[in-house]
Design a protein around this ligand. Structure first.
Ligand code: GLY
Length: 304
């Protein structure tokens, strides 16, 4: 399963833009399935899918990341392996084209779970990961979006149009979760965060239990939305706990998680979840969420 943002998505109501989003999701899902058909693990599949989404300027992550109050990117990403609940995360980084790949290196090549800012970049150098030019991230859309946000003196969430009110906002972030034929679960989440955010602001995406979670005994989950809401409710781990403690399936646990998110913090956004049996579920408090899923031998499903 993958997601690419939640909201009213009025900015994709024209047919051509909608098709671009859906085609991109379809391509990413089919690639993820191919990775596993060729023997790749769930972890490899989610890293591959998240990398493709980071490369697509339609989405708020990697290349398409939104800009902070200083007009710079500060990206967050995390990846988690349900086999042993190992995790790797990076926060508040720039200069890396695929933050999810750096998060994966933190998981596999470091003794830590999270590295931030300059330390994360130094670790990237140590691992031989090339740095991207600063100009790589400055797409004309993102520059214009920041200008609009500054004119309005406000924070904007991901790809939104500043002229629209908060109800019309779209909450970006990308995510991928998978269950492989061996029954292993994995999750990956990556984001540029919020337009015009304060320097040093970190959202839910790189936080284990908030924007990302995977445990073979319960589920894999990835969130998209207003990070502060997900951090306060530790929403991905809460859903995992519903499965573990209340013996719910993905659908029941996601529904219970969304109810909790609304009741506690009037949370804005959504999640995708695959449980240990392979049941897929999604839930969101916004009008829509861009997401899709694919199964071995099944058709590709993409929708808003
Ligand atoms: N969910 C992404 C963020 O709030 O940064």
């Amino acid at each position: 399963m993958i997601h690419g943002g939640a909201g009213t998505l009025d900015n994709v109501k024209d047919q051509k833009t909608a098709v671009r989003y859906l085609e991109s999701l379809r391509r990413v899902l089919e690639h993820g399935r191919e990775v596993m058909q060729l023997g790749g693990s769930a972890l490899q599949a989610v890293e591959a899918c998240a990398s493709l989404l980071e490369d697509d300027p339609l989405f708020n992550a990697g290349y398409g990341s939104v800009l902070n109050e200083d007009g710079k990117v500060e990206m967050d990403a995390a990846i988690m392996d349900g086999r042993d609940v190992s995790a790797g995360a990076v926060a508040a980084i720039d200069a890396i084209a695929n933050p999810i790949q750096l998060a994966r290196l933190v998981l596999s090549e470091s003794e830590h779970v999270m590295l931030i800012g300059e330390g994360a970049l130094r670790f990237a150098d140590h691992c031989g990961m090339p740095r991207a030019l600063e100009t790589y991230f400055y797409t004309p859309e993102r520059i214009e979006q920041l200008k609009q946000a500054k004119r309005k003196h406000k924070l904007m969430l991901d790809h939104d149009d500043a002229e629209e009110d908060s109800e019309d906002q779209k909450y970006g972030t990308i995510g991928a979760i998978a269950r492989d034929p061996q029954g292993n679960l994995a999750a990956a989440t990556s984001t540029g965060g919020i337009v015009n955010k304060r320097i040093g602001r970190v959202g839910d995406s790189p936080l284990v239990g908030a924007g990302v979670y995977a445990d073979n005994e319960t589920c894999a989950a990835s969130a998209t939305g207003y990070g502060e809401d997900f951090m306060r409710t530790v929403i991905s781990k809460t859903i995992s706990d519903f499965i573990y403690m209340k013996e719910m399936n993905a659908n029941q646990a996601t529904k219970a998680g969304i109810d909790y998110l609304i009741r506690k913090v009037k949370g804005r956004g959504g999640l995708i979840v695959i449980d240990k049996h392979g049941n897929c579920a999604s839930g969101f408090t916004t009008k829509k969420m861009i997401h899709g899923w694919i199964e071995q031998g099944g058709v590709t499903n993409v929708r808003f």
